[in-house]
Design a protein. Sequence first.
Length: 328
Amino acid sequence: VLSAAALAAVMLSAAPAMAACEEGEIVIKFSHVTNTDRHPKGIAASLFQKRVNEEMDGKACVEVFPNSTLYNDDQVLEAMLQGDVQMAAPSLSKFEKFTKQFRLFDLPFMFKDVNAVDAFQTSETGKAMKESMTRRGLLGLEFWHNGMKQMSANKPLLLPSDAEGLKFRVQPSEVLQAQMEAIGASPQPMAFSEVYGALQTGVVDGQENTWSNIYGQKFFEVQDGITETNHGIIDYLVVVSTEWWNGLDEDVRTQLATILKEVSDERNAESAQVNQEARQAILDAGATIRELDEAQRQAWVDAMKPVWAQFEADVGADNIAAAQEANA
Ligand code: LMR
């Protein structure tokens, strides 16, 4: 049994890092699932909080709840529609129930790097996607970058055939499930906060994620090594409910949008660097990173790319073409 003081300490440490909001301020709860430092999303959310709380003092106040302390990604969008949380930045794979357009971003080997993702998102086609869910009550304000995904398992992965028969945690996306099936693996959709435990206890054998997530969640500790596949991307949409957003006074809405845009531009430009640092930190921790030679990489492309055809009708051949242009 914890003493009252110990209990208070535990509760304090679980509380979001923030200055308490004052009476009369619009409280903006921002829920996300990653850590706050050394992570593209965590750093961006904290910077947004800091700037709003300084520059809009008396008007608005952001409270960031990181590390899935408030909601998992499979709960947060429903909670937003209920008005229980005002902002979130789920990965684009988490919007399955609201739009099929974002399946484009999960297609393996669609984008060669985060610069290509950025070029696509800032094109007319990409910008329009932020408004693809307004009929369902959600509005995308800005895209945030994380980076390229890498594969890991409890055994070395050099060829796709090494993954045959293994269970891989995936985000709840049909594209990602099809991608794992394409290499003969068994996909297991699961919340981000449960992945470390599932890898540790052998509920799943492997996972795919960015360097910053593999480092932040310490997946490398419970895997044989990480294979640098760069086979897909994780990117985010900062999202609000249309009802809440449209209900704000115009000056408040404009100021929030301006700060968010500046934070997005600043932090998106740093996402690749944050991931490189995480990659280095994984090496420094003594974990193995396996690089692929040309032929090995081509084997992953050949195994996974047929998945595009399965989803072409959902995402649109024209959107695939626009994404491919962004790689040029
Ligand atoms: C995941 O579920 O693996 C990621 O979407 C987590 C995140 O937000 O980066």
